[in-house]
Ligand binder design. Sequence first.
Ligand code: GDP
Length: 538
Amino acid sequence: MSAVDQQAPSGATARDVVEQASRRRTFAVISHPDAGKSTLTEALALHARVIGQAGAVHGKAGRRGTVSDWMDMEKARGISITSAALQFEYADAVVNLLDTPGHSDFSEDTYRVLTAVDAAVMLIDAAKGLEAQTMKLFAVCRHRGIPVITVVNKWDRPGKDALELMDEISERTGLTPTPLTWPVGIAGDFRGVLDRRDGSYRRFTRTAGGATIAPEETLSAEAAADREGEPWQQAVEEVELLGASGQDHEQSLFLDGVTTPVLFASAVSNFGVGALLDTLVGMAPAPTGVTTADGGTREVTDPFSAFVFKVQAGMDTAHRDRLAFIRICSGVFERGMVVTHARTGRPFATKYAQHVFGRERESIDTAYPGDVVGLVNAAALGVGDTLYAERPVTYPPLTTFAPEHFAVCRGRDTGKHKQFRRGIEQLDSEGVVQVLRSDRRGDGAPVLAVVGPMQFEVATHRMENEFGAAVDLDRLPYSIAMRTDEASAPVVATARNAEVLQRTNGEYVAVFGDKWGLRVFKEKHPDLLLESLVAAQL
Ligand code: GDP
């Protein structure tokens, strides 16, 4: 019997795992608020057959979607703090779209989602180009070296010049844009796109409100020239320019994170959405072996393994449950299997594995590499933890991202210091906030550091309601965090408007008021260790 015919305990053979894994495309959309991520997500779901949802996708009032209501705060704002995955089938593929919360719920979780995907779609508003949040999220993609597909959205509205946008992408991300389609008609006068792969013309037809899939009419180049005249001619000339400057798609360069294929779209009219799905299925990578903490590789055909990329507590206040979202790296996941929690060596029963959608939860029975599963009753699991079956494995810890907001946290009632400590420890282990300490302030007044200020509200709410320790936060005037070390710390601490703090694991973090202060200090002390954390301001 060959290796591929050997059966996992679940009954699935390695051949099944290879087949299922190769069908998976696991990705996330990176964008700035209002670029059209929710609209695009809905359009993708419309084009494909939705087969499962884990966690709320979007919940804007008056829009399709579900407002998950695990927190009063969330209800009041009508937005979703949860982030998980939408799973759908398209062509012969199973696509997992992981949500990246992006409005005021932008947080470290948003960054962490990108540790669980194999590719990203960078969604750009044609009028605004690359915006701040997109750049921060792109920095994480670059750090991981994952391939990025670019979608220029809202071409139906006035916007920038297409060639200028290509220059902007190339200058600001360092990726060479290799358009797969090219717009016919300037932004705001969207006629359709020239498909660079076969020279054909896909005519843009509007659909009211994007409620149905836009019928995309395909015309030959000759028919397009007759029909559109000057705009078609201009598109042809611009495409020649792209070719002359070597901006053609080459699969290996895309996979290596050197180039980015570009598509032009109008998500609200469903135009370009089918092309994006085809690109994801045809070009984005399927899950492959994952590097382990000891530098080895866990192949997709190895026994089951996964890592936790998000932990969410208190979704259901009646049950005080804790939900851990795992990304499967190898083998088959079957609900009910007992796996090992690598950090503690303890068994973990997966009886309650679920797709979760707002309040509705749907049991999940089988999942494969690339899939996301929500595990209920996951009190022991922390962000970055590994779960495995049979052969032990541990995945490297997840990167901690550069926080940008800082506040001193003090318990209101000094009699509750036990509850206070327990709550702070819990929030730290879940990765809701980064907990930093200094000798100057002592244990009773840790500094909480976050990526998005809403994490402060989540922390305050949970300290009071879940741990019974109401807290006050005093914001600190810092905005930049850098990695430093024990030797450099005493000198760094003397910088103006700066201080040095320590993480629970002993790492030193230097915080500064602004980048100018940091720059001046670095110039004066080039010998000190001051390294950027991932996704620090570019
Ligand atoms: P998100 O914040 O990135 O999730 O953005 P939304 O999907 O909520 O979109 C923000 C606004 O842009 C909404 O009013 C959408 O209707 C609108 N929008 C999204 N895509 C397009 C598009 O292709 N064309 C136009 N004209 N508007 C769009």
